[in-house]
Design a protein around this ligand. Structure first.
Ligand code: SAM
Length: 263
Protein backbone atom coordinates (compact mmCIF):
# COMPACT_ATOMS: atom_id res chain seq x y z
CA UNK A 1 0.00 0.00 0.00
CA UNK A 2 2.72 2.47 1.05
CA UNK A 3 4.62 2.42 -2.24
CA UNK A 4 1.48 2.77 -4.40
CA UNK A 5 0.34 5.60 -2.11
CA UNK A 6 3.33 7.73 -3.07
CA UNK A 7 3.40 7.13 -6.85
CA UNK A 8 2.44 10.44 -8.40
CA UNK A 9 1.34 9.02 -11.76
CA UNK A 10 -1.20 6.76 -10.00
CA UNK A 11 -2.45 9.76 -8.00
CA UNK A 12 -2.87 11.82 -11.19
CA UNK A 13 -4.96 9.03 -12.77
CA UNK A 14 -7.21 8.68 -9.70
CA UNK A 15 -7.73 12.44 -9.50
CA UNK A 16 -8.57 12.55 -13.23
CA UNK A 17 -11.16 9.76 -12.98
CA UNK A 18 -12.85 11.33 -9.93
CA UNK A 19 -12.62 14.90 -11.20
CA UNK A 20 -14.18 14.14 -14.58
CA UNK A 21 -17.20 12.36 -13.07
CA UNK A 22 -17.76 13.74 -9.54
CA UNK A 23 -20.95 15.77 -9.04
CA UNK A 24 -19.32 18.25 -6.64
CA UNK A 25 -15.87 19.66 -7.32
CA UNK A 26 -13.93 18.63 -4.20
CA UNK A 27 -11.42 21.49 -4.24
CA UNK A 28 -14.11 24.13 -4.70
CA UNK A 29 -16.14 22.54 -1.90
CA UNK A 30 -13.13 22.64 0.45
CA UNK A 31 -12.21 26.27 -0.16
CA UNK A 32 -15.82 27.46 -0.03
CA UNK A 33 -15.52 26.34 3.61
CA UNK A 34 -11.92 27.12 4.53
CA UNK A 35 -11.59 30.89 4.37
CA UNK A 36 -8.12 32.04 3.32
CA UNK A 37 -6.81 35.53 3.83
CA UNK A 38 -4.57 37.10 1.18
CA UNK A 39 -1.53 37.18 3.49
CA UNK A 40 -1.97 33.70 5.05
CA UNK A 41 1.06 31.48 5.57
CA UNK A 42 0.04 27.91 4.93
CA UNK A 43 1.81 24.63 5.59
CA UNK A 44 0.30 21.92 3.41
CA UNK A 45 1.14 18.33 4.33
CA UNK A 46 0.80 15.59 1.67
CA UNK A 47 0.32 18.16 -1.10
CA UNK A 48 0.72 15.49 -3.79
CA UNK A 49 0.52 16.82 -7.33
CA UNK A 50 -1.27 20.00 -6.26
CA UNK A 51 -4.93 18.96 -6.02
CA UNK A 52 -5.45 21.69 -3.42
CA UNK A 53 -2.14 23.59 -3.54
CA UNK A 54 -2.92 25.28 -6.85
CA UNK A 55 -6.21 26.59 -5.48
CA UNK A 56 -4.53 27.83 -2.28
CA UNK A 57 -1.93 29.69 -4.38
CA UNK A 58 -4.72 31.21 -6.47
CA UNK A 59 -6.59 32.42 -3.36
CA UNK A 60 -3.55 33.97 -1.65
CA UNK A 61 -2.34 37.47 -2.42
CA UNK A 62 1.28 38.41 -3.13
CA UNK A 63 2.16 38.35 0.57
CA UNK A 64 0.74 34.84 1.07
CA UNK A 65 3.00 31.78 1.21
CA UNK A 66 2.53 28.02 0.90
CA UNK A 67 5.08 25.51 2.11
CA UNK A 68 3.98 22.30 0.40
CA UNK A 69 5.42 19.07 1.77
CA UNK A 70 5.25 15.58 0.31
CA UNK A 71 7.40 12.47 0.59
CA UNK A 72 7.35 12.05 -3.19
CA UNK A 73 9.84 14.11 -5.19
CA UNK A 74 7.95 13.15 -8.38
CA UNK A 75 4.70 14.57 -6.99
CA UNK A 76 6.49 17.81 -6.09
CA UNK A 77 7.94 18.05 -9.62
CA UNK A 78 4.48 17.57 -11.11
CA UNK A 79 3.09 20.22 -8.75
CA UNK A 80 5.74 22.80 -9.58
CA UNK A 81 5.30 22.17 -13.32
CA UNK A 82 1.64 23.24 -12.96
CA UNK A 83 2.24 26.49 -11.05
CA UNK A 84 1.75 29.63 -13.13
CA UNK A 85 4.81 31.94 -13.03
CA UNK A 86 2.99 34.67 -11.07
CA UNK A 87 2.38 32.20 -8.20
CA UNK A 88 5.88 30.66 -8.21
CA UNK A 89 7.33 33.01 -5.56
CA UNK A 90 4.56 32.08 -3.11
CA UNK A 91 5.39 28.36 -3.15
CA UNK A 92 8.14 26.46 -1.31
CA UNK A 93 7.99 22.74 -2.17
CA UNK A 94 9.70 20.53 0.41
CA UNK A 95 10.41 16.82 0.21
CA UNK A 96 9.78 15.23 3.58
CA UNK A 97 7.82 12.70 5.58
CA UNK A 98 4.84 13.23 7.86
CA UNK A 99 6.80 11.28 10.45
CA UNK A 100 9.56 13.87 10.75
CA UNK A 101 8.55 16.98 8.88
CA UNK A 102 10.02 19.59 11.24
CA UNK A 103 13.56 18.60 10.19
CA UNK A 104 13.16 19.43 6.47
CA UNK A 105 11.26 22.61 7.38
CA UNK A 106 14.12 23.73 9.63
CA UNK A 107 16.64 22.75 6.94
CA UNK A 108 14.73 25.10 4.62
CA UNK A 109 15.34 27.93 7.12
CA UNK A 110 11.92 27.91 8.81
CA UNK A 111 11.41 28.15 12.57
CA UNK A 112 8.24 27.43 14.55
CA UNK A 113 5.82 29.10 14.87
CA UNK A 114 5.46 30.08 11.22
CA UNK A 115 1.97 29.26 9.96
CA UNK A 116 -1.59 30.50 10.34
CA UNK A 117 -2.92 27.31 8.77
CA UNK A 118 -1.71 23.73 8.58
CA UNK A 119 -3.73 21.95 5.90
CA UNK A 120 -3.78 18.27 4.97
CA UNK A 121 -6.19 16.52 2.58
CA UNK A 122 -6.22 12.79 1.98
CA UNK A 123 -2.86 12.04 3.53
CA UNK A 124 -2.67 12.23 7.33
CA UNK A 125 -3.54 8.54 7.70
CA UNK A 126 -0.22 7.68 6.03
CA UNK A 127 1.59 8.87 9.14
CA UNK A 128 3.08 6.13 11.31
CA UNK A 129 1.67 8.05 14.31
CA UNK A 130 -0.97 10.57 13.26
CA UNK A 131 -1.35 12.05 16.76
CA UNK A 132 2.38 12.76 16.90
CA UNK A 133 2.23 14.35 13.44
CA UNK A 134 -0.69 16.51 14.62
CA UNK A 135 1.25 17.58 17.77
CA UNK A 136 4.12 18.55 15.52
CA UNK A 137 1.73 20.45 13.22
CA UNK A 138 0.32 22.30 16.22
CA UNK A 139 3.82 23.34 17.31
CA UNK A 140 4.24 25.19 13.98
CA UNK A 141 1.04 27.24 14.40
CA UNK A 142 1.18 30.95 15.11
CA UNK A 143 -1.03 32.07 18.03
CA UNK A 144 -4.62 31.90 16.74
CA UNK A 145 -3.61 29.45 14.01
CA UNK A 146 -5.75 26.58 12.80
CA UNK A 147 -5.43 23.05 11.46
CA UNK A 148 -7.68 21.75 8.69
CA UNK A 149 -7.82 18.05 7.83
CA UNK A 150 -9.90 16.63 4.99
CA UNK A 151 -10.47 12.92 4.46
CA UNK A 152 -12.91 10.10 3.78
CA UNK A 153 -15.17 8.54 6.39
CA UNK A 154 -17.94 6.02 7.02
CA UNK A 155 -19.36 4.32 3.94
CA UNK A 156 -16.82 6.00 1.65
CA UNK A 157 -16.34 4.00 -1.59
CA UNK A 158 -19.00 1.48 -0.50
CA UNK A 159 -20.43 0.75 -3.98
CA UNK A 160 -16.92 0.06 -5.29
CA UNK A 161 -15.77 -1.91 -2.24
CA UNK A 162 -18.96 -4.05 -2.38
CA UNK A 163 -18.40 -5.02 -6.00
CA UNK A 164 -14.70 -5.67 -5.40
CA UNK A 165 -15.50 -7.92 -2.43
CA UNK A 166 -18.10 -9.76 -4.54
CA UNK A 167 -15.25 -10.40 -7.00
CA UNK A 168 -13.10 -11.94 -4.27
CA UNK A 169 -10.85 -8.92 -3.69
CA UNK A 170 -9.66 -8.57 -0.08
CA UNK A 171 -9.47 -4.85 0.64
CA UNK A 172 -6.38 -4.44 2.86
CA UNK A 173 -7.13 -3.48 6.47
CA UNK A 174 -5.05 -0.25 6.35
CA UNK A 175 -7.20 0.87 3.38
CA UNK A 176 -10.43 0.23 5.31
CA UNK A 177 -9.04 1.94 8.42
CA UNK A 178 -8.03 5.08 6.49
CA UNK A 179 -11.17 5.16 4.34
CA UNK A 180 -13.79 4.50 7.02
CA UNK A 181 -12.46 5.05 10.55
CA UNK A 182 -9.47 7.40 10.65
CA UNK A 183 -11.36 10.71 10.72
CA UNK A 184 -13.80 9.63 13.40
CA UNK A 185 -11.65 7.43 15.60
CA UNK A 186 -8.27 9.17 15.40
CA UNK A 187 -8.63 12.71 14.12
CA UNK A 188 -11.72 13.90 16.03
CA UNK A 189 -10.61 12.68 19.50
CA UNK A 190 -7.22 14.36 19.01
CA UNK A 191 -8.92 17.56 17.84
CA UNK A 192 -11.27 17.60 20.85
CA UNK A 193 -8.35 17.18 23.25
CA UNK A 194 -6.25 19.90 21.66
CA UNK A 195 -8.65 22.59 20.37
CA UNK A 196 -11.57 24.48 21.89
CA UNK A 197 -13.47 24.61 18.64
CA UNK A 198 -13.93 22.10 15.82
CA UNK A 199 -16.03 22.93 12.77
CA UNK A 200 -17.16 19.89 10.83
CA UNK A 201 -18.43 19.79 7.27
CA UNK A 202 -19.44 16.64 5.45
CA UNK A 203 -20.67 15.77 2.00
CA UNK A 204 -21.55 12.75 -0.07
CA UNK A 205 -20.13 13.15 -3.55
CA UNK A 206 -21.68 10.83 -6.14
CA UNK A 207 -19.25 9.80 -8.84
CA UNK A 208 -21.22 8.34 -11.77
CA UNK A 209 -18.83 6.60 -14.15
CA UNK A 210 -20.27 6.22 -17.64
CA UNK A 211 -18.13 3.31 -18.90
CA UNK A 212 -16.48 0.21 -17.35
CA UNK A 213 -13.08 1.51 -18.49
CA UNK A 214 -13.43 4.53 -16.20
CA UNK A 215 -14.03 2.30 -13.15
CA UNK A 216 -11.21 -0.06 -14.10
CA UNK A 217 -8.78 2.79 -14.64
CA UNK A 218 -9.65 4.23 -11.22
CA UNK A 219 -9.26 0.86 -9.49
CA UNK A 220 -6.00 -0.08 -11.16
CA UNK A 221 -4.44 3.14 -9.86
CA UNK A 222 -5.52 2.61 -6.24
CA UNK A 223 -3.76 1.07 -3.25
CA UNK A 224 -6.31 -1.78 -3.32
CA UNK A 225 -5.83 -3.04 -6.90
CA UNK A 226 -5.60 -6.82 -7.29
CA UNK A 227 -4.60 -7.86 -10.83
CA UNK A 228 -5.52 -11.51 -10.19
CA UNK A 229 -9.18 -10.62 -9.58
CA UNK A 230 -9.47 -8.24 -12.52
CA UNK A 231 -11.28 -10.72 -14.80
CA UNK A 232 -13.99 -11.58 -12.27
CA UNK A 233 -14.48 -7.91 -11.40
CA UNK A 234 -14.67 -6.91 -15.06
CA UNK A 235 -17.44 -9.48 -15.69
CA UNK A 236 -19.51 -8.21 -12.75
CA UNK A 237 -18.92 -4.64 -13.82
CA UNK A 238 -19.98 -5.24 -17.44
CA UNK A 239 -23.14 -6.99 -16.24
CA UNK A 240 -23.84 -3.98 -13.98
CA UNK A 241 -23.47 -1.60 -16.94
CA UNK A 242 -25.82 -3.72 -19.08
CA UNK A 243 -28.48 -3.36 -16.38
CA UNK A 244 -27.89 0.21 -15.15
CA UNK A 245 -25.92 2.03 -17.88
CA UNK A 246 -23.54 3.53 -15.30
CA UNK A 247 -21.70 2.75 -12.05
CA UNK A 248 -22.13 5.26 -9.25
CA UNK A 249 -19.43 5.35 -6.59
CA UNK A 250 -19.84 7.49 -3.46
CA UNK A 251 -17.12 9.56 -1.82
CA UNK A 252 -18.00 10.44 1.78
CA UNK A 253 -15.92 13.49 2.71
CA UNK A 254 -15.27 15.11 6.07
CA UNK A 255 -13.55 18.45 6.64
CA UNK A 256 -12.50 19.28 10.20
CA UNK A 257 -11.28 22.78 11.02
CA UNK A 258 -9.68 23.17 14.44
CA UNK A 259 -9.39 26.63 15.97
CA UNK A 260 -8.52 28.03 19.42
CA UNK A 261 -5.80 25.66 20.53
CA UNK A 262 -6.13 24.62 24.17
CA UNK A 263 -3.27 25.86 26.36
C1 SAM B 1 -3.96 10.66 -1.79
S1 SAM B 1 -2.62 11.73 -2.08
C2 SAM B 1 -3.34 13.30 -1.72
C3 SAM B 1 -2.66 14.44 -2.40
C4 SAM B 1 -3.42 15.76 -2.36
N1 SAM B 1 -3.59 16.28 -1.01
C5 SAM B 1 -4.77 15.60 -3.03
O1 SAM B 1 -5.79 15.44 -2.32
O2 SAM B 1 -4.80 15.57 -4.27
C6 SAM B 1 -1.56 11.41 -0.71
C7 SAM B 1 -0.20 12.06 -0.80
O3 SAM B 1 0.47 11.79 0.43
C8 SAM B 1 1.83 11.54 0.16
N2 SAM B 1 2.37 10.75 1.25
C9 SAM B 1 2.15 9.42 1.53
N3 SAM B 1 2.83 9.06 2.63
C10 SAM B 1 3.47 10.17 3.08
C11 SAM B 1 4.33 10.46 4.18
N4 SAM B 1 4.64 9.50 5.06
N5 SAM B 1 4.82 11.69 4.33
C12 SAM B 1 4.50 12.68 3.46
N6 SAM B 1 3.69 12.48 2.38
C13 SAM B 1 3.18 11.24 2.20
C14 SAM B 1 1.82 10.81 -1.18
O4 SAM B 1 3.08 10.92 -1.82
C15 SAM B 1 0.70 11.52 -1.91
O5 SAM B 1 1.19 12.57 -2.69
Amino acid sequence: MASRATQSELLEQRIAENASAQQIDLTTWIFDRVALRAHDRVLELCCGTGGQTLKILELLGEAGRVVALDVSQDALHTLTSKVVPANGPKLTPIEGSLDDFSRPLRNAGLQPPSFGLVFCAYGLYYSADACRTLEEARSWLNPGGRIVVVGPFGPNNKPLFDMLRASGVAIPEPVIASSERFMIETLLPWAARNFECISLHTMVNRVPWSAPERVLNYWQNTTFYDAEKRGVFENLLRRHFEQHGQFVNEKWVMLAEMTDARS
